[in-house]
Design a protein around this ligand. Structure first.
Ligand code: ZN
Length: 176
């Protein structure tokens, strides 16, 4: 499978924005700022989706501009939809970009609408799981109990060697 994942670090909270490219299709995950940098990296490629791992501002600030320039569909978990002031579509069970299928895994805890996106040998974890910890649970719609359940779910899913792409900080291969 020919696929590429690029990372841009954007915005004041150094959010990881990822571009996933496969078979001439692209998804932009968490465009949290620096719209011009992201658009420069996109270079007129066909952006099919803007995917949000959750609704927090540091993951969405560049959405309107990217959406305007690319006409991409914006996808978020249904529980996050009403927290945004732009129109979105809802994430289903999976998202297909070119030859890549991302399975949507609902992982509430940091926020009610947090999701992870599981590919064949990698996963985007948003603010649920980081290299050295996990996301805050003390913000609105956060829940320590739900976070615990979500992390347990991820422990069963993330296999040794799988690449983990979090919403902040370094991406890494899971050591198992
Ligand atoms: Zn967040």
């Amino acid at each position: 499978m020919i696929m590429e994942i690029k990372r841009l670090i954007v915005g004041e909270l150094a959010t990881n924005c990822y571009l996933l490219i496969s078979a001439k299709e692209m998804a932009v995950i968490d465009p949290g700022g620096n719209a011009e940098d992201i658009l420069r990296e996109i270079k007129g490629a066909g952006v099919k989706y803007i995917i949000l791992t959750h609704h927090h501002f540091d993951h969405i600030l560049a959405v309107p501009e990217i959406r305007e320039q690319t006409k991409a569909k914006i996808l978020i978990h249904r529980t996050g939809k009403d927290r945004l002031d732009f129109k979105t579509d809802l994430l289903g069970e999976e998202v297909k970009i070119g030859e890549v299928v991302l399975k949507v895994i609902h992982t509430p805890g940091h926020t009610k609408d947090s999701v992870c996106l599981l590919g064949p040998d990698f996963i985007f974890t948003g603010d649920t799981l980081f290299k050295d910890g996990y996301g805050r649970t003390d913000l609105a719609t956060g829940s320590p109990a739900e976070m615990e359940a979500s992390l347990q779910k991820l422990r069963d899913i993330i296999k040794p060697g799988m690449m983990v792409y979090p919403g902040h900080g370094e991406f890494y291969a899971h050591q198992g």
